[in-house]
Design a protein around this ligand. Structure first.
Ligand code: PXP
Length: 246
């Protein structure tokens, strides 16, 4: 099981103070230093979300991480022509297409692939021809899994937000949906990842979900890093996910 470390919150913190003075001699914290710390802690890849409005990560952050950090880079982006242009220039190892606007979101929060195949297929083809394997961030829903396979994506990332935010019977039902989606994705030849809201406290239940090869985790790692440092926080998560039995 690989760990993709999402360091968006490092940029969020920097922008909170320095959005209008990024070139200041005071600007901190450094996204590049965070990526290095994650590398030292055992991250298998670095994930960055460059948003259309550049509210957190900047193009320069992604380009610097690409240039300086010897780990696969996973760029999360909205499915737009402008973002495609940036991704073609950046050439990340992976691109994860995520919803940014309301109309791109399915009921529970993943990208609505089903019904948008005609727009998404050429985008996926262009990215993959440029050397970036493409993942679709989708709800654990059979229609979305089938649509992702149909448009030629290599991977899906199952949205675990609902799983993370519920308990009891609701959590059980959502785990069952994750299991079904992972099985279907695997049977269709897709690599299956998962992400959003994953914490040490809910990892054990993800053990029931088969075929996961990567988890993308951000918020809890950065939160823990406040107390133990980022390298240690990544190390802790790496040892926690080593329990995954599939
Ligand atoms: N995967 C995707 C596609 C995301 O957009 C995010 C950030 O919301 C994550 C994983 C990581 O989620 P979290 O920060 O809750 O760990």
């Amino acid at each position: 099981m690989h760990l993709g470390v999402n360091i968006d919150h490092v940029a969020t913190l920097r922008q909170a103070r320095y959005a209008t003075m990024l070139d200041s001699h005071n600007t901190e914290p450094s996204v590049l230093a965070a990526a290095r710390a994650a590398l030292e802690g055992g991250a298998d890849s670095i994930t960055l979300h460059v948003r259309e409005d550049r509210r957190h990560m900047q193009d320069a952050d992604a380009l610097a991480v690409r240039r300086e950090i010897p780990l696969p880079l996973n760029l999360e982006m909205g499915a737009t022509a402008a973002m495609l242009e940036f991704a073609l220039q950046l050439k990340p190892d992976y691109v994860c297409l995520v919803p940014e606007r309301r109309e791109e979101i399915t009921t529970e929060g993943g990208l609505s692939v089903a019904g948008h195949e005609a727009e998404l297929r050429p985008l996926v083809a262009a990215l993959q021809a440029n050397g970036s394997k493409v993942s679709m961030f989708i709800d654990p829903d059979s229609e979305q899994v089938r649509a992702s396979a149909a448009i030629g994506a290599a991977m899906i990332e199952l949205h675990t937000g609902r799983f993370a935010n519920t308990l009891g019977e609701e959590r059980k039902a959502e785990t069952a949906r994750l299991i079904a989606a992972a099985e279907l994705g695997h049977s269709l030849g897709l690599e299956v990842h998962a992400g959003h809201g994953i914490q040490v406290s809910n990892l054990a239940e993800l053990n029931d979900v088969p075929h996961l090869t990567e988890l993308n985790i951000g918020h809890t790692i950065i939160s823990r890093a406040i107390f133990v440092g980022l390298t240690a926080a990544v190390q802790e998560m790496k040892s926690a996910i080593a329990q995954y039995k599939w």
